[in-house]
Design a protein around this ligand. Structure first.
Ligand SMILES: [Zn+2]
Length: 269
């Protein structure tokens, strides 16, 4: 099994979606003869003969819906274009392989690298379309955040969905409830300071659940204030200033929401 296939097989199993990377897609994509198509806010690069070529019109439709959704939820103006480079397991870029990821955002070049194949899709499908574009749009219009519970939580919440092969769960609150019931739910403090100590199949849906809660309970203005100004060192004090309660009280309220939650996941498209 070659290295690329192995990395992506792992990512398929764990459904890991990555975040900001260092390598620009321009450096990794020169070897390909890209086909190119544009929707109002996004330019797509895809390979001849790929599934992406076959499905490109549908991909464009889904990604534009997700783009509009992100702008509304973030209350920002942004016209793009975001460039999306679409690979499959065999053609994956060095950056994707290095990260063992299915998607990577490059806010510095307003671009995204993604996988689209019959087995694995990190764009072009309801439930995954918003994630990487959220990293780009939030970084460009708000601020690049280095507090992963906020940046990844926001990206996951924009899709309001998390799925993998380990459990038949897609609702963010149900994911958090699973870990809470198993006494595995990381504390907010640990997610802030020790993110990499936990598996991505836990950190991503849990952070998405927390961001969903504080966004929907206390509103976007407070969340935006926290997102823009928080770092690992000031987030406790800043949370108390913005929300009027300590972070651990906010965490307790979120736990209560998780255990009392009975609604179904409501999709946005
Ligand atoms: Zn991410």
């Amino acid at each position: 099994m070659n290295r690329i296939y192995h990395a992506l097989s792992l990512s398929l199993l764990l459904w890991f979606s990555a975040c900001t990377a260092i390598i620009s897609p321009d450096e990794t994509s020169e070897q390909h003869d890209w086909l190119q198509k544009e929707s109002p806010h996004i330019t797509y690069f895809y390979l001849p003969g790929s599934l992406a070529e076959k499905d490109i019109d549908y991909i464009m439709k889904i990604q534009e819906l997700a783009f509009d959704h992100i702008l509304k939820k973030l209350d920002v103006h942004y016209s793009g274009p975001i460039r999306i480079y679409i690979y499959n397991e065999q053609t994956a870029s060095r950056a994707l392989v290095k990260a063992g990821a299915t998607g990577i955002a490059h806010p510095e070049t307003e671009s995204v690298e993604a996988i689209y194949s019959s087995n694995l899709k990190s764009i072009g499908r309801d439930g995954v379309a918003a994630h990487e574009m959220t990293h780009v749009i939030a970084s460009v219009t708000l601020m690049p955040s280095h507090v992963k519970i906020l940046s990844e939580g926001l990206a996951v919440y924009m899709d309001d969905y998390w799925g993998n092969n380990l459990h038949d769960i897609t609702d963010l609150y149900v994911w958090a409830d699973l870990y809470l019931n198993n006494s595995e739910l990381p504390t907010i403090n640990n997610l802030i300071h020790h993110w990499d100590d936990y598996e991505s199949y836990m950190t991503y849906p849990v952070s998405g659940s927390f961001v969903k809660y504080i966004y929907e309970k206390y509103g976007y203005d407070k969340f935006r204030n926290l997102y823009i100004h928080a770092d690992k060192h000031n987030i406790d004090e800043l949370t108390a200033d913005i929300y009027g309660i300590p972070l651990d009280s906010l965490e307790s309220q979120w736990h209560h929401k998780i255990v009392s939650y009975t609604d179904h996941n409501i999709r946005f498209y």
